[in-house]
Design a protein around this ligand. Structure first.
Ligand SMILES: *Cc1c(COP(=O)(O)O)cnc(C)c1O
Length: 370
């Protein structure tokens, strides 16, 4: 079976440095708030061109603490898309605010900025675009609308580290960029992890205080915080990986280009760079009719596929109280029925890519949605 993601090959290519880095942490005896976390914050910030990095224990907490740091809470509304992972709206709910959805642009799966202004109310405090699958959202329009209405922007970059828009890295354009180091993300730890990037030193300071029990000085607590620290072992793992991220992105883009050539010729709408941005292909996602049959036949042909995500968030039980049932966001609902992601990772060899292409063409060329 050709897996959708294989992390073993990457580990084997880094094994000596990885084991040395882990051993160094174990020998050093500092497991929390140690030198690797601090260094990683600086290195990720420098990579993306951000002023500050605040390492956290997950991407979910990065979103949650960004909202807290901006004092967004009960009575406030945050505009986002229903076609994303649940963590996006979970973070909004956790601080007591209300998610307000706008539909996606069916060509990119990202928030359609032309729908934003109609969704803004006097309670709106922030826009939360998601760079889904690694495709940068249209940050020019989003920032323009946010400035006009004095709204904060929190970018969900969990799937998009390294993606760019108008020459800037995603996560450095809005007030905060929230990143995930979940193992399967483009820069993955060997456990949970996340980070906030921001150019505002006061916001970085507030997020840092919130992550460590709401205080800046040990045992002095100014506000209700959480324990959301990244640990030294994960920071050490990520520091071994970060220098390779650009070459992994280049490999993902080469895989995507090979897929695109073969599959666009067969009538598929293929994921592409926006005119002024860089897609990092966290996922390579197509649309098909009769998805269940297609998935089954691809499995029989030895190709693993996944569906991200089968139920749009406005139709999830957790958000039933928003009273937005089926029919509210037709592009998101249609995407949820049609999307299928095929194997995509930097180590996917050309002959294996060709086997994936061959299977896709054989199984679903008549199911292609253009
Ligand atoms: C993975 C992911 C998150 C959450 O990150 P975790 O590190 O798993 O908490 C948030 N948003 C999106 C779009 C994601 O893909």
């Amino acid at each position: 079976m050709i897996p959708i993601l294989d992390l073993k090959e990457q580990y084997h290519s880094l094994r000596p440095q990885m084991l040395r880095a882990i051993e160094d942490v174990l020998e050093g005896g500092a497991f929390i708030n140690g030198p690797n976390v601090k260094a990683l914050e600086g290195e990720v910030a420098a990579y993306a061109g951000a002023g500050h990095g605040v390492a956290l224990n997950s991407g979910t907490d990065a979103l949650h603490l960004a909202l807290r740091a901006l004092d967004i809470g009960p009575g406030d509304e945050v505009i986002t898309t229903p076609f994303t992972f649940v963590a996006t709206t979970e973070a909004i709910g956790i601080v007591g605010a209300t998610p307000v959805f706008v539909d996606i642009d069916p060509a990119t799966f990202n928030m359609d900025p032309e729908l934003l202004e109609a969704a803004i109310t006097p309670r709106t405090r922030a826009i939360l675009p998601v760079h889904l699958y690694g495709h940068p959202a249209p940050m020019d329009r989003i920032m323009e609308i946010a400035r006009k209405h004095k709204l904060y922007v929190i970018e969900d970059c969990a799937q998009a580290i390294g993606a760019t828009f108008d020459g800037r890295f995603v996560g450095t354009i809005g007030d905060f960029g929230a990143f995930s180091f979940f193992p399967s993300k483009n820069l993955g730890a060997y456990g949970d992890g996340g980070m906030l990037l921001t150019n505002d030193p006061a916001l970085a300071d507030r997020a840092r205080s919130l992550r460590g029990h709401g205080g800046r000085v040990k045992y002095y607590h100014e506000e209700l915080g959480v324990n959301s620290r990244l640990d030294e072992l994960q920071a050490a793992v990520l520091r071994v990986k970060l220098p390779h991220l650009e070459s992994w992105i280049a490999n993902r883009r080469a895989v995507a280009q090979r897929y695109n050539e073969a599959l666009s010729a067969a009538g598929f709408a293929v994921p592409q760079d926006p005119a002024n941005g860089r897609h990092v292909y966290h996922q390579y996602t197509l649309r098909v009719e009769n998805r269940e049959r297609v998935q089954e036949e691809l499995r029989a042909a030895g190709v693993q596929t996944m569906v991200y995500y089968p139920v749009p968030l406005h139709m999830q039980k957790v958000h039933a109280m928003l009273n937005q049932g089926e029919g509210s966001f037709p592009h998101s609902e249609r995407a949820a029925r049609e999307v299928i992601s095929i194997p995509m990772f930097p180590e996917l060899a050309p002959d294996v890519q060709d086997r994936v292409i061959e299977a896709v063409l054989k199984v679903c060329r008549h199911e292609a949605v253009a």
